[in-house]
Structure formats: C-alpha cells, structure tokens
Ligand binder design. Structure first.
Ligand SMILES: Nc1nc2c(c(=O)[nH]1)N[C@H]1C(S)=C(S)[C@@H](COP(=O)(O)OP(=O)(O)OC[C@H]3O[C@@H](n4cnc5c(=O)[nH]c(N)nc54)[C@H](O)[C@@H]3O)O[C@H]1N2
Ligand SMILES: Nc1nc2c(c(=O)[nH]1)N[C@H]1C(S)=C(S)[C@@H](COP(=O)(O)OP(=O)(O)OC[C@H]3O[C@@H](n4cnc5c(=O)[nH]c(N)nc54)[C@H](O)[C@@H]3O)O[C@H]1N2
Ligand SMILES: [Mo]
Length: 743
C-alpha cells in the first residue's frame, strides 16, 4: 500500500480527535524511511573506535546477514572482552504504540538475555526532577499523576484552578500506549460553564484552551517558585492558611514558615518581593491569593516547570501551596501535578493489568540519571551527585538505541555530537533517518507501527485494541523483535529470547495476562481469537476515588504517605541531609538563571510540538503543513519583532554561545514580551557538519539549550528554557536536507 491510499480516521467515539495521526499517510512510504541495513564507512573500514566523523561520514548498504554478523561480533567483543557494564542500553524514548513491539521492552529484554545486562538510565526527560523529589515529599509519583484529581472531579467540584504552565490541549492529545477518547476540552468546558474559574499562569496564552475561559497571568519564565511563595506568604500574613490541615497532615511547616516570613534570611517572600521577579504586579498576586482561600481550589504544576534549572522548587512549592489551602485529598481540589500534560493523567486507572512484555533480569546494577548521557560519555570515571549519593560514570564502549532519538531529546546537540564521537560503536534501530541514525555506525531499518500486528493499551484507558498491520514493511525493514531474535540466535540464545513464540503467539501470551486479571474479577473475557477478530475490548476501571491522597486525608494514621514522616514533607530532613546547595531542605527561591542579557535578550521556551509527537514523523503531512518554507515556526510578540525589523513570514536566526538555528516566525500578542517560543521536534539539520557548531537550518531548539541537570538532587533534564539572541536572517537560505537519506 502506498501512503496516498491510506486514510487515517480517529476512533469513532473520540469527541475531540487528534490531528497528529494525519502524519501517517505521507510518512508511510517517505524517502526518509530507512530501507536497508547500513554501516558507516569509517567503522566498516577501521573497525570500532572513537571517531569524530560520526554524523558526516558516508554509509555503505549491507545485506541483513552481513549487518547481523558485524553487530553480533561486536556485541561479543564488548560483552566478553570488557563486560556488559560497557554497554549503554538505556535507549530512552517513546517509540510507538503497541505493547509487544514496544522498543524499550524489546531492547532491554534482548540485552538482558543475550549480553548479561547493560547500563540503564533512570527517570525520564519528562519528569526528571519530580520523579526524584516526589517520593521524598509526597510519596508515590505514579499515584500522584495517575490516580488523583480527575477531569470528572474538576467538571463537577472545582471552584478555581490555577494552572502553572497551563494544561494545553496540544499536550493531552497524546498518551504513551494509546488514548481512545480525548476528554480534556469538554471537561474544562463543563467546569467553566458551571462557574469554575481557570487561571493560567504562563508566558503563553495558548497553554489553556478557549473553553476554559481563563484569566491569563503572564509571568516571567522560570519565576513560578517566587510567585507561589508570594501567594503562600499572602495567605499566611492574612491568616487565610489552613492551620489545622498543616498541623495534621504535614511536617516541617514551622521551619518553612520562618523562611517564608524572612525570619531566617531577612527577606519576607511577599508580593512586593515577587513582583519584579515574576513580572506580575504585587496587587494582582495578593488578589489571586485571596481568591484561592476557602475555595475548592486546585493547584496544577506542569511538567515543563521542572524541566529547567532548579526544577524541583516549583513542584515542591506547588504542593506546599495546595497544603496551605488545606485542599489536598478533596474531590477536585489540592495538587494536580502534571494534570493535562499527557492524556493518561486525570483519568481512571484500569482495574486489570494491561499486557506487558517481561524484560528479564539486568545483571548490571549501574545506571545514570537519563539526561546525563553526554556527561557519562565525555567524562568516564568522573563522579557526580544524584539523590544523596556520589556516583561514578561508567566507561561505555557500545551504545545501543532502539525507539528513541537523542538528537531530539537531549540538550546542547553540538556537545552530544562530541559525546557520541567517543564511543567504539553506536547501534541504532530506526524507521527513519533521524540525526541519531545518521550519527550511528550500524543502522538497522525497523518497521513502523502500521506495518506489524500488536495490542494497543494504556493503563489509564479502558480500550484494549487489536492492532492489525495496514501495509507490508518498507524496503527491507524488520520488526525490532525479529532483529533481536536473529541477533540472539547469533549469540546462541534465540530460544531464551523468543521462548519459541511467533509474534502472534506472543500477542496471545500477553493478552492472556489481561484475561487472567479479568477472570480474577469475575469478568468473562473473550478468547484471544475473538479479541483479535473484534473491534477492541473495554476493560473495567477503578473508581474515581482520589487515590492515596484521599485515603490519607480521610485517615492519616491508617493511610500514611510513603514518605519518611508519613506526611506531606514541607521540610524534608532527608533532602536537607544531602547538603546540596541547589536543593535545600524546603522549597526555596534560588534565583533564576534565565535572565536576559545584552547578547541573549530573549528567553526561549522550547515546549512540546502541536503537530507531532516529539520528532516522530516530522516528515509527515500534518507536521510539514505547519512549517514555513520547510522550517519550524517560532512565535514571538509583535512589538519584540518590530523592534528588530522582523515581520511575519521572515526567516529568523536564534543563537547563543552553544549554537544557532533558523526558523520561520509567527507573531502573537499571546506571547509574553521578551519570550520566544520554538517547539521541539524539527530534525537537527546542520548546514555544514564539519563545523564545530554548525547552524541548524531547520529549527531544532536543542542546539541552543544547556546540558546541565536541574540540581545535584535529581539531575533532571533542563531543556524547556534557555536564553537566546533573535535576529532576522539575511543572506542565502540554506537548503533543508533533514529528510534526505544520507549518501
Ligand atoms: N528542548 C527540549 N527538549 C526536550 C523536551 C523539552 O521540553 N524541551 N522534552 C523532553 C521530553 S518530555 C521527552 S519525553 C523527550 C522525547 O524524546 P524521544 O522519546 O527520544 O523522542 P521521539 O521523537 O518520540 O523518539 C522516538 C524515536 O523512536 C523511533 N521509533 C518509533 N517507533 C519505533 C519502533 O517501533 N522501533 C524503533 N526502533 N524505533 C521507533 C522514532 O522514529 C523516533 O525517532 O524529549 C525531551 N526533549
Ligand atoms: N502534541 C504533543 N503533545 C505532547 C508531546 C508531544 O511531543 N506532542 N509530548 C508529551 C510528553 S512526552 C510530555 S512529558 C508532556 C510534557 O508536558 P509539559 O512539559 O507540561 O509540556 P510543554 O509543552 O513542554 O510545556 C507546557 C507549557 O509550559 C509553559 N512554560 C514553560 N516554561 C514555563 C515557566 O517557567 N513558567 C510557566 N508558568 N510556564 C512555563 C510553556 O508555555 C509551555 O507551553 O507533553 C506530552 N504531550
Ligand atoms: Mo516526555
């Protein structure tokens, strides 16, 4: 089937379909797909070793047999000669829908079975700081994000929502695994119609939909901690904080209160103090605080706020604000961390487990915080701090990636190129010629989700879907599973990897896990055959009961939080004991690093793209349609543009000490002055890859972002914000080659 024969339709029951699926038709048979196994010329000729030609070398097509032979030998060389601790298999990335062909599960299972394990990565680019912080202060991260305040509760109960970083509908279009119904727009509409007030705190007006009818508090990026401190301060000095709640459910309030009031450092964190830091007038802050008191109030803090330096602080103070309001654990009230960021938040959890492929046992205990990959490759043997420990970076020889795109997700891409130049071998399974594939030594073409059979599911969506292929594999592409099965055979462990099952037999095996769960609940589930022939199976879901925070509120003695004190930790003795200056024992304003300078007068927001999932199918029709002259489009305020002689439709150049990229430009008064927004996901496209810091002609903001952890506590990704210069691009426009296969 060719792409133009393919028609993509949303699920018939979806009230608010997602345009991103329209990337599929043009992508299916696009020239950017990888058609056959390829080996980098320098690696083929000289064998494994550090090589700064990665990313600008030629590729040699080879037959599958040859590719697997080369790779099998190399895996044995590293595994037996150095040990599995020299293999980095973190392989971070979203890959695509489907529970069996989930690339992360496949690669991890393979490396465990065939190589004795690998150095893994922990946490995520999504929530690198909250995943480390929340267990110390609230408890279960999964429970906080996935079994807490739901959209149903908001529609019914909430009186006021303050969304720091917003809840943009573009974000809740997607969910890992799949989502059958998009409910966010209608929930906000119903709530607003009932009289619920929405307050959007963000530099971008588009972070809440029109249906929310929100009041916009435009704030300086990176200043939310100061704003929330000032709101709490106002509540306290006006006696509007819920003392009984703080007393019964939290620990450490008195220590924090002394900081808040300025007793410890001489600076009260009042509205007048916060106004110049946040760009929000003091009287507005005070009014907002008063409006929250005594209401069924929900404080939402988006993932984006913690994807920046000191990203732990807004997450922590968000909880403290919700606690000071006494709202945590009430229906539609309290703390909705990350609500709206992804479509699996704010919903009901399924009552039975969804199919999951077992990854086996990893014989290597070493790991890195996921966003520290370039540090690891550039500084083997160096020590770093993480969650109270001093750890040492391993010496990695072989990096193996399937289902992720570091040239999408990582910061400071020019530094990442240097990091990848250092390894002996970089292996990538890809369906398309991403920049990561272009920097690899061995590129193995894999199928995309339309080309294989699978089961679609997500633990927060009731629909279990049989996924049937709609097209044969592109070129010589194979399923990741098939590639790993053949490699396992080369390494003598095929049976252990495949357990003798075909793909269909695996699907049946995985389905049986869910069916067993259903039987246990007395629900009769169809046979696999009937499921496979059907339209999808609706799974029972858990009640919308507010999860562990509601249970804690109802009876804190019987249901203590899984924190050291069993309570909400406003002051964390554990974190204080780590002694990190960049993450003290209670939420603290640590200053902002995103202060405009003469050379970099703009704060760049590189948020999630509306027209695709990350970098995936950037060459698809929907993504391409929103580019300007083939380039990603940045948005800025018309007055900022006018001051620089920039008009809508121009090509602009964004730059700082780390790099530069081109972009189209759109003007909008919905962007705060001094801020420019350029979404992630345009494929890295260096004008001249021989340069140390080549211009990306296509608009990938990660040539500009800084590669540094959120703090020594969490070491999370800080890709969301940086500072840049913006100017009109004069001169000849370089051609875009991002989607042309390499020579
Ligand atoms: N500046 C900045 N950077 C950011 C962020 C930000 O806010 N600002 N956000 C970060 C966040 S939250 C995230 S989650 C990351 C996302 O980063 P990634 O998850 O790495 O991004 P994707 O583009 O989804 O990469 C998935 C890759 O897998 C490939 N793929 C799809 N299906 C398959 C398959 O079946 N098999 C194989 N082998 N490959 C497949 C796709 O072609 C694609 O190249 O980016 C982070 N980077
Ligand atoms: N369409 C689409 N949706 C996606 C994804 C995608 O690639 N495409 N990726 C998914 C993934 S993996 C994740 S983790 C989530 C990420 O969820 P988020 O990280 O929450 O999403 P972003 O779009 O990066 O950021 C949300 C908004 O935060 C605002 N913001 C940025 N900095 C600040 C600040 O300092 N203060 C305030 N108040 N606001 C700020 C920006 O205006 C931005 O639009 O999105 C998911 N949803
Ligand atoms: Mo993410």
């Amino acid at each position: 089937m060719s792409g133009d024969q393919l028609e993509v339709r949303p699920h018939p029951d979806d009230p608010d379909p997602n345009g991103i699926i329209q990337n599929f038709p043009a992508a299916l048979r696009h020239r950017a797909r990888v058609a056959q196994p390829m080996v980098r010329k320098g690696w083929l000729e000289n064998g494994p070793g550090a090589d700064d030609r990665r990313g600008r070398d030629e590729f040699v097509p080879v037959a599958w047999e040859k590719a697997l032979d080369l790779l099998g030998k190399e895996l044995m060389r590293v595994r037996d000669g150095v040990g599995p601790g020299a293999i980095f298999g973190g392989s971070y990335g979203w890959s695509s829908a489907g529970r069996f062909h989930h690339a992360q599960s496949q690669i991890h299972r393979f490396l465990n079975v065939a190589c004795g394990g690998y150095v893994r990565s922990v946490t995520s680019y999504s929530s690198g700081s909250s995943q480390v912080l929340i267990p110390h202060i609230i408890g279960d991260h999964e429970g906080l994000t996935k079994r807490n305040v739901s959209w149903e509760q908001i529609a019914e109960h909430t009186e006021i929502v303050v969304a720091f970083g917003g809840m943009a509908l573009k974000n809740s279009m997607v969910a890992g695994g799949s989502v059958s119904r998009h409910v966010e727009r209608s929930a906000m509409k119903r709530a607003a119609e009932r009289g619920c007030n929405f307050v959007l705190v963000s530099p971008l007006l588009s972070d809440l939909p029109e249906e929310a009818n929100a009041e916009w508090v435009s704030c300086v990026p990176g200043s939310d901690t100061a704003l929330m401190l000032a709101i709490v301060h106002t509540l306290v000095v006006e006696g509007k904080h819920d003392r009984a709640f703080l007393e019964r459910y939290t620990s450490g309030w008195p220590i924090f209160e002394r900081y808040l009031l300025g007793i410890t450092d001489g600076q009260p964190k009042d509205a007048a103090w916060a106004a110049p830091l946040t760009g929000v007038r003091a009287d507005k802050i005070i009014v907002l605080a008063r409006r929250l008191a005594g209401k069924r109030a929900l404080i939402v803090v988006s993932h984006s706020l913690q994807r920046a330096e000191h990203g732990e602080q807004p997450v922590w103070i968000g909880m403290v604000l919700a606690a000071a309001l006494g709202q945590i654990g009430l229906p539609g009230g309290g703390y909705g961390y990350a609500l709206g960021a992804i479509a699996y938040y704010g919903r009901r959890y399924n009552a039975v487990p969804i199919p999951t492929l077992s990854q086996g046992r990893n014989g290597v205990s070493d790991f890195i915080p996921v966003a520290r990959i370039a540090d690891m490759l550039l500084e083997p043997g160096e020590t770093y701090r993480f969650n109270g420990e001093t750890r040492t970076y391993p010496d990695i020889k072989l990096v193996y990636w399937a289902g992720g795109n570091p040239f999408h997700h990582h910061q400071d891409l020019n530094r990442l190129r240097k990091a990848f130049a250092r390894v002996d071998t970089l292996v990538v399974h890809e369906l398309a010629w991403t920049a990561t594939a272009r920097h690899a030594d061995i590129v193995l073409p894999c199928t995309m989700t339309l080309e294989r059979e699978d089961i679609g599911a997500n633990s927060n969506d009731p629909l279990l879907v049989p996924m049937h292929p709609v097209a044969p594999p592109y070129g010589e592409a194979r399923d990741d599973y098939e590639i790993f099965a053949d490699l396992a055979e080369y390494l003598g462990v095929r049976e252990a990897f495949t357990q003798g099952r075909s793909v269909r037999q695996w699907l049946e095996h995985l389905y049986e896990q869910t069916r067993a769960g259903l039987s246990e609940q007395g629900v009769s589930a169809p046979s696999f055959g009937a499921f496979w022939a059907g339209e999808g199976l609706l799974l029972p879901q858990q009640p919308d009961d507010g999860g562990y925070l509601r249970a804690f509120r109802n009876d804190p003695e019987a249901h203590p939080l899984p924190t050291p004190s069993g309570r909400l930790e406003i002051y964390s003795q554990t974190i204080a004991s780590f002694g990190e200056a960049d993450c003290p024992g209670h939420p603290t304003w640590l200053g902002s690093v995103y202060v405009p300078t003469k050379d970099t007068p703009f704060v760049l927001i590189s948020n999630q793209p509306k027209t695709r999932l990350h970098s995936q199918l950037d060459f698809g029709g929907h993504s391409i349609a929103f580019k300007h002259r083939g380039r990603e489009v940045a948005t800025m305020h018309p007055e900022d543009a006018a001051a620089r002689g920039i008009c809508e439709g121009n090509i602009i150049k964004l730059s700082n000490e780390r790099g530069a990229c081109l972009a189209g430009v759109m003007l909008s008064v919905g962007v705060r002055r001094g801020v420019i927004q350029l979404a992630t996901g345009a494929w890295y496209d260096p004008a001249d890859p021989n340069e140390e810091k080549p211009l990306c002609v296509h608009g990938n903001p990660n040539v500009l972002t800084r590669d540094i952890g959120t703090s020594r506590l969490a070491q999370g990704c800080t890709g969301q914000l940086t500072t840049v210069q913006v100017e009109r691009f004069e001169g000849n426009l370089p051609v875009i080659r991002a989607f042309d296969p390499p020579v």
